[in-house]
Design a protein around this ligand. Structure first.
Ligand code: SAH
Length: 196
């Protein structure tokens, strides 16, 4: 459970924006993630019309899947380019508005109203801005957060969850001395101490 030199590694917001600009987005899954299909029932638990949160959403196509099933999707992403690509690649009309509580923050909302994507850092959000969620799809999010920010991230996520919400987390398992990440290696023991 040792994460070695990854503990000190920091990827800045600027570096993430550059990845988007350069098209250096190997993490994006054009066809969506098979694990969401596999565990969809665990996330939904027979419920309909849920509010589902996508932290560090990129342009994840799973947001479209869940919206098409009748759920309300909220995402957060620092790259405005990613969010605009999401709407244009799915031919979804949207409008853009400022978020008064967040200096420089913007919200992109599908005209149909069921997809709201915040363009800001996840650390700018709170339940008073986005409300609470019935479900979370965390793929490429905890593993993309800088190791030094994990505690802050998990506290925020716990805060954004309704009582009976479900949280699906995808991590990656590999030798952290062989790759610098992201995605970072998050040991099972750390997940337990972060989320309880
Ligand atoms: N979850 C997506 C994207 C994973 S890559 C997917 O499955 O495809 C991680 C994403 O987080 C990148 O798009 C990056 O721009 C974004 N990001 C990094 N730090 C962030 C932060 N502090 N707040 C919001 N988004 C962030």
């Amino acid at each position: 459970s040792d994460i070695g030199s990854q503990k000190e590694r920091v990827v800045t917001e600027e570096e993430w924006l550059q990845k988007w600009e350069m098209g250096n987005i190997g993490f994006h899954k054009e066809q969506g993630h098979p694990l969401l299909q596999k565990y969809l029932d665990v996330l939904l638990n027979g419920r309909s019309g849920l509010r589902i949160f996508f932290p560090l959403c990129g342009k994840a196509v799973e947001m479209k899947w869940l919206a098409d099933m009748g759920h309300n999707v909220v995402g957060v992403e620092v790259s405005e380019q990613a969010l605009k690509e999401f709407f244009s690649e799915h031919s979804l009309p949207y409008c853009e508005e400022p978020v008064p509580e967040i200096p420089g923050g913007k919200m992109f909302q599908s005209t149909s109203g069921n997809i709201s994507l915040y363009c800001c850092s996840i650390y700018d959000l709170s339940s008073s801005i986005v409300g609470k969620f019935d479900g979370v799809w965390d793929r490429g999010a905890l593993v993309a957060v800088n190791p030094c920010d994990r505690q802050r991230y998990s506290s925020l996520m716990i805060n954004l969850m309704e009582k009976n919400s479900s949280y699906l987390l995808v991590t990656v398992s590999y030798d952290p001395n062989k790759h610098k990440g992201p995605p970072f290696y998050v040991p099972e023991s750390e997940i337990k101490s972060l989320f309880g």
